[in-house]
Design a protein around this ligand. Structure first.
Ligand SMILES: *Cc1c(COP(=O)(O)O)cnc(C)c1O
Length: 356
């Protein structure tokens, strides 16, 4: 039986994506060849990457606005250094918001390149909230933030208006909610949280922000070179890109981001309502900053842990344990997780209440 998969990433994908991508490995487009053995320069694969890049721009509402989508390798973690390489001027400076482990990972890399101003941090409370009311230096080369903090279960509901390039790590909530994506100059996301399998990173770039640093950038780390090569500067990760395309097609068929946002809001409302109602549990993020993607919560009485763990495992739930830096539980409810899976978890939480 298929499990209710709450894994934080790599994560659940639509069942039809698993089926179609498995088929493509055996016989791609009825070509008598596997997706894995054809040239990335073949017409069949060029059509895949072109459609994937175009669908990204379409779903984000960025058509005709000067943006390009790239499918790169190296994970979101490589973007931590590609961002300063491509945007921070020699002797320039960058501004960052520190909202968690991934944000501080990005800050660490930026410091290698130049002055890195941390405008605010929620580290004082183990990142259980999103700082607000900070000011961003107007002379910074860019401002970097993390829209959703996968580990701590917080999510930015609003983004600052700035006159400098706005860069956002959207790894764990891209395509999950409607936003004015044209506010951002660079958006990046490792595929494996909400778009596809691990192995490719989506980078969406407003082209006009590039080429201003005066730095010599190694070719593989240069966004301009990747854009010029149509995201095929070198052999791209063909399988993750193909599976990502299938997920994007699935999302479009469903009605796009606006449609999935409704479902995601319903899932989050259902689970948070139970966390707040059930006297055995409490949420770990402050209410106003709660993530709709990664829901972090704790048992009030640690002694209930083995009973609860056995109950959810018995109900066919997988991947619910919290990150080691927070403890407790983390229910990652990415786009492909159905509402029924959330109901199963809520029913287990209720059953625990009547059992202990
Ligand atoms: C998982 C994650 C990353 C790291 O992604 P990799 O692809 O493993 O490098 C970065 N940022 C956020 C917000 C994440 O959730």
């Amino acid at each position: 039986m298929k499990k209710h998969n709450y894994s934080a990433g790599p994560c659940i994908l639509p069942q039809e994506v698993f089926e179609k991508s498995a088929q493509a490995i055996l016989n791609f487009n009825n070509s008598g060849l596997s997706l894995l053995e054809i040239s990335h320069r073949s017409d069949d694969f060029v059509a895949v990457i072109e459609e994937a890049r175009a669908l990204v721009i379409e779903l984000l509402g960025l058509e005709g606005k000067g943006y390009k989508a790239l499918f790169l390798s190296g994970g979101a973690s490589l973007e931590f250094l590609m961002i300063p390489y491509n945007l921070m001027k020699e002797n320039g400076k960058a501004a960052y918001l520190d909202t968690g482990t991934w944000a501080s990972g990005a800050i660490k890399e930026a410091k290698i390149f130049g002055e890195t101003v941390v405008v605010a941090s929620s580290k004082d409370k183990n990142y259980n909230y999103i700082p607000k009311g900070y000011s961003i230096p107007a002379d910074a080369d860019y401002f970097h933030c993390t829209s959703n903090n996968t580990i701590f279960g917080t999510q930015m509901k609003e983004f600052p208006s700035v006159d400098i390039p706005l860069v956002c790590d959207m790894s764990s909530d891209i395509f999950s909610r409607t936003l004015d994506f044209s506010k951002f100059d660079i958006i990046y996301a490792g595929a494996q949280k909400n778009m596809g399998p691990a192995g490719t990173t989506l980078v969406v770039i407003k082209e006009e922000v590039l080429g201003k640093t005066g730095r010599t950038i190694p070719s593989m780390l240069d966004y301009e070179k990747h854009i010029k090569a149509e995201s095929m500067y070198n052999t791209p990760p063909v399988f993750p890109i193909y599976a990502s395309l299938l997920t994007l097609q699935w999302l479009k068929k469903l009605g796009g981001i606006a449609a999935i946002e409704k479902l995601n809001n319903a899932k989050a409302a259902l689970l948070y309502a139970e966390i707040d109602r059930n006297p055995l549990f409490r949420g770990s993020a402050v209410a106003e900053d709660r993530s709709t993607m990664n829901v972090t919560f704790l048992l009030n009485n640690e002694a209930h842990t083995p009973i609860f763990d056995a109950m959810w495992a018995e109900a066919g739930i997988s991947g619910l344990s919290g990150h080691r830096s927070v403890g407790g539980y983390r229910a990652s409810m990415y786009n492909a997780l159905p509402l029924e899976s959330v109901q199963v978890l809520v029913d287990v939480m209720k059953a625990l209440e009547s059992k202990v």
